[in-house]
Design a protein around this ligand. Structure first.
Ligand code: NAD
Length: 491
């Protein structure tokens, strides 16, 4: 076994390297984006704050049922009069234009995302926004090739899509929803999460800048009641939801018995499985990326580390050393690895489940790290001595908390990995190609990463089994979720 020093000794401290927020122009208040215009809502308003400082950023309109109705009507008109009739090659031009503007305004989008969400700028800048642009570029390419999607010669759009997204990847989830819907000829009403509405509203400005026909994209801000009004609206043909399993079940109940099509992208409790022949240093990076990327606010986070017993001590030692080098703090600092927790509510849930982890017998460890005085923060944390029965091994914590379990044989790893109500993702670390293929076949997870983790690509379908939801986003399946197959082809 390779011995590693007990404690990492940093060679030098980093100087602060804050990204300027001057590029972003946050207005004091925002209305709803309906029929190509920003309009006042009929309802109340709510505040969105910077979770790293608790500073109020803006007052945002809360759409009520009447507002949602106006948005759905606008989307219906735009679908029947313009977008649903437009040749795919013309729709593609708009999508390419949006993709290009996103690329051009990427710094602004990244800074705004980090301010409203709390995620480190190096992630919003290097991961979120580039993948957002890639989604629009990718689906722009499909808009005039729908007859090659395997759905018959002339697949048809569904109509109006009601789309609801969470706060962990606000702009990326918007792109996953809007890009395929528009490419397929649908119009949309999208509701961002109540704690992170600002990049969706900036996206609305981008739609104006791209001269997108009025009503093709509508953004209604608000909380659960706004989402519920959208899901229940009779003029919505397709519901696409990303969020918690609990709300996903409520949505499934609401649409049951209607003709609405539904896709649900819900929670997860992924196993990241490290075998004794794995390249340990790479695996450590993958474990860290798997659970501390985006503060662990990731549906497919590798929140359960399953490590083979023979290398467990070594992996843990190295992991702790690596965790000691993670820099927690100002999301706008370019050297920050772990930013702010998105809300006081989410922080309370992470605290609650971590306390339960201790009271049920898990041993908790975090590196020494100073947390800022204001805002919502949680240190990178791991638990050892965890068993399958512990709540922290079963429930989604959605924070920077890793539960470590061990296994002896591949069969035991599979059994433990699959012993969860979820089935969104998994990771396998081993030198053996045959084992990767065998494991990928055994694991009940929509995505299985091999010797990597948290990699996303617009061409690759993403989605879950069991309580992680149904339907796929990304790739051709993501497009098919917004199309009726050509009935003449009997597809
Ligand atoms: P959430 O379910 O509380 O909220 C998600 C969205 O639904 C928000 O916009 C919210 O306002 C809205 N909403 C709340 N109640 C509603 C209702 N009754 N009807 C309609 N809409 C309603 O989830 P969250 O806390 O924002 O996000 C975290 C969850 O999202 C986690 O469970 C995470 O795993 C999941 N998630 C899944 C994926 C995926 O692709 N599978 C991706 C990101 C996040």
């Amino acid at each position: 076994m390779v011995k590693v020093p007990e404690k990492a000794t940093p060679f030098f401290e980093y100087a602060p390297a804050p990204e300027s927020r001057a590029i972003v122009d946050i207005k004091a208040s925002y209305g709803l984006f309906i029929d190509g215009e920003f309009v006042d809502g009929h309802g109340k308003s709510f505040k969105t704050i910077n979770p790293a400082t608790e500073e109020v950023l803006a007052e945002v309109a809360e759409a009520d049922e009447a507002d949602v109705d106006l948005a759905v009507q606008a989307a219906r008109r735009a679908h029947s009069r313009v977008w649903g009739r437009m040749p795919g090659s013309e729709r593609a031009k708009y999508l390419f234009r949006i993709a290009r503007i996103i690329s051009e305004r990427s710094r602004e989008l990244a800074v705004l995302e980090s301010i409203d969400n709390g995620k480190p700028i190096k992630e919003s800048r290097d991961v979120d926004v580039p993948i957002v642009a890639a989604h629009f570029f990718y689906y722009a390419g499909w808009a005039d090739k729908l007859s090659h999607a395997g759905l018959g010669p002339d697949p048809r759009p569904l109509g109006v899509a009601g789309q609801i997204i969470p706060w962990n990847f606000p702009l990326l989830m918007l792109a996953w929803k809007i890009a395929p819907a528009l490419a397929a000829g649908n119009t949309v009403v999208l509701k961002p999460a109540e704690t992170t509405p600002l990049t969706a509203l900036l996206f609305a400005e981008i739609c104006q800048q791209a001269d997108l026909p009025a009503g093709v994209v509508n953004i209604v801000t608000g909380a659960g009641a706004t989402g519920q009004a959208l899901v229940a609206h009779a003029g919505v043909d397709k519901v696409a939801f990303t969020g918690s399993t609990e709300v996903g079940k409520a949505i499934a109940r609401t649409v049951a018995g209607t003709t609405k099509k539904v896709t649900l992208e819900l929670g997860g409790k992924a196993a990241n499985i490290v075998f004794d022949d794995a390249p340990i240093d790479q695996a450590i990076e993958g474990i860290v990326n798997g659970i501390f990327f985006n503060q662990g606010h990731v549906c497919c986070a590798g929140s359960r580390l399953l490590v083979q017993e023979s290398v467990a001590d070594e992996v843990l030692e190295r992991l702790k050393r690596r965790m000691s080098t993670l820099r927690v703090g100002d999301p706008l600092d370019k050297n920050t690895d772990v930013g702010a927790i998105n809300s006081a509510e989410q922080l309370a849930r992470i605290h609650e489940l971590s306390d339960v982890g201790e009271s049920e017998g898990g041993q908790r460890w975090s590196p020494a790290c100073e947390l800022p005085a204001n805002g919502f923060w949680f240190p990178p944390t791991l638990f050892t001595g965890v068993t399958q029965a512990h709540r922290i091994a079963r429930e989604e914590i959605f924070g920077p908390v890793l539960s470590v379990l061990t296994f002896r044989t591949p069969a035991e790893a599979v059994e433990k990995a699959n012993n969860t109500p979820y089935g969104l993702s998994a990771g396998v670390w081993t030198d053996k190609g045959s084992r990767i293929l065998w494991m990928a076949n055994q694991l009940r997870a929509g995505v299985v990463w091999a010797n990597t983790f948290n990699k996303f690509d617009p061409t690759s379908p993403f989605g879950g089994y069991k309580e992680s939801g149904y339907g796929r986003e990304g790739g051709i399946p993501g497009l098919a979720a917004y199309l009726n197959p050509d009935s003449k082809a009997g597809a």
